[in-house]
Design a protein around this ligand. Structure first.
Ligand SMILES: Cc1cc2nc3c(=O)[nH]c(=O)nc-3n(C[C@H](O)[C@H](O)[C@H](O)COP(=O)(O)O)c2cc1C
Length: 474
């Protein structure tokens, strides 16, 4: 058993690209030259993969969402339409050589046999670069798309997820390494003794096996789990190799990481075998000032209810994108004179002085991220504040030094073993990260892990084989 559960990571961090081709920030696709059309995803996927491999990132990571609708246009436009994650990684398997490929699978709706088959195939086709992110899903509309009456509750979803992962491991172990004999002289193709069923019978998952795909090169491709609830933490601690957590600041991430590592240790694992990863959205440019200018454009292009654009009448337009909603959040009373401002007016010092803490915090964020300040050379408009308030983002904004300092600070705080890097828009912002920030990260020893397989790259322990040997028929 290893030492302290709050020990910070050492050596290079784990760095993956969380690929959202339409951009991770809602107004990203509106930037000049940004990818704006899922029909051309094939080429953007190839370009992002090439950039990530050249920058020595550890993996490309694809999320998933099992429903769509017009309400997503403003909130999460990248979820509206895109290539499905398993198809994306299988496509990229043929055009990449060393990078890990991780696809999200929703265990509430996916079939374990089909998932074992697809992920084992991915691992074989890539020589051990495959991984799977198991999620239980938070979108109620997924139920109707999969023949269910309702989206199962947290307990039922995690009960199924636990059985799902047991079945997955057993199916991956269907074939022993030396089961395929192919002896031309004797005519013996397989050693039937070395082929075993899964014979898994749970309350929600039942699968017989064996799997009709040979043993994956990694035996068990790395399992990621993303979630927030206590059941999610328990699943990550006992089953995941990587836990992808939501974290607003280093202190809360460090607390979650310590808790996960303690749970892993309590379940009999070496806590160093569970890596905790946080998403981050770096906005990168050659200089801090030009990175701030990118955020400035992103904020200005967020659709808000400005009384003229007509966005507010569209289905699903978020209620918080208006001056009134911002002033409510900022704590200004109903009769405050600022209520009569237009959204493109400059914010006056006397109005800002009346902000409560939440309003002051948004003002501070906008100053840090865009360089705009009340009464400063670059003034703040209400539009900037409304956008920053209504579309929260885990931005870190600046040139290579600022980005590398951020990564280093989170690691030193024990907040993360690595990062899933989001890009506000593609491909320019990922290119800026890969070509400007990544060299600085490498120079500081924060990026660049070794290993032929994804498991090796991530320094994961040996897979826990024969996960439930009593269930094997062999
Ligand atoms: C950083 C992060 C990324 C996630 N990515 C996805 C995703 O791509 N698809 C998905 O269905 N859920 C995703 N989730 C949601 C969780 O998997 C989970 O479905 C949701 O949080 C509800 O489960 P919980 O109550 O355990 O949190 C993500 C969660 C986090 C924290």
């Amino acid at each position: 058993m290893s030492g302290a559960v709050d020990r910070p990571a050492t050596g290079p961090l784990i760095v993956g690209a969380m690929v959202r081709t339409l951009g991770a920030y809602p107004s990203g696709w509106r930037q000049p030259g940004a990818h704006a059309d899922p029909q051309t995803d094939a080429s953007i996927l190839r370009r992002v993969a090439r950039l990530a491999e050249d920058a020595d990132l550890d993996y490309l990571f694809f999320g998933d969402w099992l429903a769509t609708g017009p309400d997503l246009e403003f909130r999460d436009p990248y979820l509206l339409a895109r290539i499905d994650p398993v198809s994306a990684v299988l496509y990229l398997a043929g055009v990449t050589e060393k990078i890990g490929l991780i696809a999200t699978v929703n265990s509430t709706y996916a079939d374990p046999y089909a998932t074992a088959r697809a992920t084992a195939s991915l691992d074989l086709l890539t020589g051990g670069r495959g991984g799977v992110n198991l999620v239980t899903g938070a979108e109620p509309r997924a139920a109707a798309n999969h023949g269910r009456d309702a989206h199962a509750d947290n307990e039922a979803r995690y009960d199924r997820a636990e059985e799902f992962v047991r079945a997955l491991r057993l199916l991956w172990e269907s074939w022993d390494d030396d089961a395929w004999i192919a002896d031309r002289d004797s005519g013996v193709l397989i050693d039937a003794e070395r082929l075993r069923t899964a014979a898994f019978v749970g309350t929600q998952v039942r699968v017989e096996g064996p799997l009709n795909v040979a043993r994956p090169p990694q035996a068990h491709p790395p399992i990621v789990h993303a979630g927030t609830s206590p059941r999610s933490r328990a699943l990550a601690a006992t089953e995941a190799d990587l836990a992808l957590i939501a974290a607003a600041d280093p202190a809360s991430a460090a607390a979650t990481r310590t808790e996960l590592r303690a749970l892993a240790e309590a379940s009999g694992r070496d806590p160093d075998d569970l890596k905790v990863i946080v998403p981050v959205l770096p906005v990168v440019a050659e200089t801090d000032a030009s990175a701030r200018a990118v955020v400035d454009r992103l904020l200005l292009l967020v659709p808000i209810d400005d009384g003229a654009s007509g966005h507010a009448e569209r289905p699903g337009f978020p209620a918080n994108r208006s001056l009134a909603a911002f002033l409510d959040a900022a704590g200004l009373p109903a009769d405050d004179p600022a209520r009569r401002a237009a959204v493109d007016d400059v914010v006056a010092a006397d109005a800002a002085a009346r902000f409560a803490e939440a309003g002051a915090r948004v003002l501070d964020l906008v100053r840090l991220r865009t360089g705009r300040s009340v009464g400063g050379e670059h003034p703040v408009t209400w539009r900037h504040l409304i956008a920053a308030h209504a579309v929260p983002a885990n931005f870190v904004v600046g040139g290579p030094t600022v980005i590398a300092d951020h990564f280093e600070l989170w690691r030193a705080a024990g907040a993360a073993d690595g990062f899933n890097v989001l890009s506000a828009f593609q491909q320019a912002q990922f290119e800026a990260f890969a070509q400007l920030a990544a060299p600085e990260l490498r120079r500081r020893g924060l990026l660049g892990r070794a290993g032929a397989t994804l498991r090796e790259r991530l320094s994961l322990g040996a897979p826990r084989l024969a996960y439930a040997p009593a269930l094997a028929t062999r």
